[in-house]
Design a protein around this ligand. Structure first.
Ligand code: MN
Length: 248
């Protein structure tokens, strides 16, 4: 993706981890659309829900341009596609998935990122040596943090930490959180499943991204560290770096 002043480079890595039999995470990184989905459901149905979701979002990547509204509408279509699949395959009934990511969109002021989230996968932004979480988890423990009952550190190890309060795959479209960010040369955007953040603390993610290298090296480094620290869940990372274009 080249907008004249900058180019985008991407790396994607996924690992099943050390405990799970299947990898129910899925990712898309295509044509300015970058997302991670973490599927849930018995008998590997979670794999289907996350795969249907990223496939639906990938359709946006084949368009030359898109608006934030189109991105949000496509997330709704992913919800419908999961439900339609569940109706055809009873063994997939109840399957669901998180989805989070970011897409290059066009608006009146030119290109920008739209960041979107449903569930407890996350988007982070790294710039000028520091990492910031952009998305807010839709989870039971996040509600307890916001109400002042848990600290973020307590939430990270709480038994309810895997319970999400919003997902795709339910009869009505869930509200999708969205943020619009400018595209800034030098920044790194990261979409990841909770298999990363459940194992690797934010401070270490910051150091591992800050160690630099190609986006693929960063993605591989992050997933390898999550597996090394336990690998208790599937872990998936999409890393996008915005480079100043040489021609600019
Ligand atoms: Mn997970």
């Amino acid at each position: 993706m080249d907008a004249g002043e900058w180019t985008v480079r991407v790396g994607v890595a996924t690992e099943v981890g050390r405990v799970r039999e299947h990898n129910e995470d899925a990712a898309v990184a295509r044509g300015g659309v970058y997302a991670v989905a973490d599927g849930m459901g018995g008998h590997a149905a979670g794999e289907v829900a996350s795969a249907v979701t990223v496939r639906t979002l990938a359709e946006l990547g084949s368009q030359a341009e898109r608006t934030a509204g189109q991105v949000l509408a496509q997330i709704g279509r992913a919800n419908d596609a999961i439900l339609a699949y569940s109706r055809r395959r009873p063994e997939c009934a109840g399957m669901a998935t998180t989805v989070t990511g970011f897409a290059l969109v066009t608006g009146p002021q030119g290109p920008s990122w739209v960041v979107f989230n449903v569930g407890d996968s996350r988007v982070y932004r790294y710039a000028d040596g520091s990492l910031e979480q952009v998305t807010v988890d839709h989870s039971e423990v996040q509600l307890l943090v916001e109400a002042g009952y848990l600290t973020p550190a307590q939430a990270a190890v709480h038994p309810l930490r895997h319970i999400v309060t919003r997902c795709l795959g339910r009869p009505s479209w869930p509200p999708v959180d969205e943020w619009e960010l400018p595209v800034v040369a030098g920044e790194v955007l990261l979409a990841c499943s909770d298999g990363l953040t459940g194992e690797v603390a934010d401070g270490e993610i910051e150091r591992l991204v800050g160690a630099g290298g190609d986006p693929q090296e960063i993605a591989d480094r992050l997933t390898a560290r999550a597996v090394e620290l336990g690998g208790s869940d599937n872990v998936t990372v999409v890393v996008v770096r915005v480079d100043a274009s040489l021609s600019a």
